[in-house]
Design a protein around this ligand. Structure first.
Ligand code: URA
Length: 239
């Protein structure tokens, strides 16, 4: 990548308008290679550049690929109405970079949510033709039965769907079931459980493809960058 001036680097990383970034530099708030840089027009090879703003270290990233363990009572919508938006759980520069959730989890659903500012990546991940399994763990109101598992696996007809929807299901406990779905229809898990005669009282997404919350070591409300290896796991279809 060609060299970029420091104000452009900061702007691209979400530190505000170019004018604001210049002011940050002039105020002595930006360090590169351990040295305070006062000239906003100083240029650096941006790839992999480590820099500090207000004493916090950042690495230049052309795009952001993130995983968040979404807590309950946060909305994925861009204009949240009843609860705070998930972007409030991330550093504020990320919102400046137009990071967006990829797909949605309901406000009361917890678990793995991907976010990015890379339009092509968002598009590819959201494509309905992309049959990547998403693994959910649901807590049910009524006990999980062998009939419920069989019903979900055989397929349940939802009102507005042309054909029954099915998923691999596995009982995890008296009131807990794992459901693996390849589509991402509106309220799909909750509606499938309701259509199969039970009721979902809590829902958590634990994996997308081969990428699991456990593998990422995330706890509720925590986020991390996804590296090449983690992004590769997203394409895994499981067994
Ligand atoms: N299915 C649901 O019902 N809700 C979610 O948030 C995700 C899948």
């Amino acid at each position: 990548m060609a060299k970029l001036t420091l104000d452009r680097i900061l702007q691209s990383q979400g530190f505000g308008t170019r004018k604001h970034c210049r002011e940050l530099v002039r105020a002595g708030e930006v360090r590169v290679h351990g040295e305070t840089i006062a000239d906003a027009a100083a240029s650096f090879d941006a790839d992999g550049l480590h820099f500090e703003v207000f004493g916090e270290t950042w690495t230049f990233r052309r795009h952001l690929y993130l995983a968040l363990d979404k807590p309950a009572n946060y909305e994925c919508s861009r204009k949240p109405s009843h609860h705070p938006g998930v972007l409030t759980l991330l550093p504020e520069q990320f919102a400046w970079r137009d990071v967006q959730p990829i797909g949605r989890l309901d406000h009361d659903t917890t678990g793995l949510l991907l976010l990015s500012d890379d339009g092509a990546f968002i598009h590819a991940q959201s494509s309905p033709r992309r049959h990547v399994p998403k693994i959910y763990v649901a807590t049910t109101h009524a006990p999980v039965t062998a009939e419920l598992v069989a019903h979900l696996e055989a397929g349940v007809q939802l009102h507005d769907e042309p054909a029954p929807l099915a998923g691999k299901a596995r009982q995890l406990g008296e009131h807990a079931i794992e459901l693996v779905l390849e589509e991402g229809k509106y309220h799909q898990v909750k509606r499938m459980l309701a259509a199969a005669g039970n009721h979902c009282v809590a829902l958590r997404r634990v994996a997308i493809g081969g990428l699991t919350l456990e593998g990422l070591g995330l706890g509720e409300g925590e986020w991390c960058y996804l590296d090449e290896e983690a992004l590769g796991l997203l394409a895994e279809r499981g067994s």
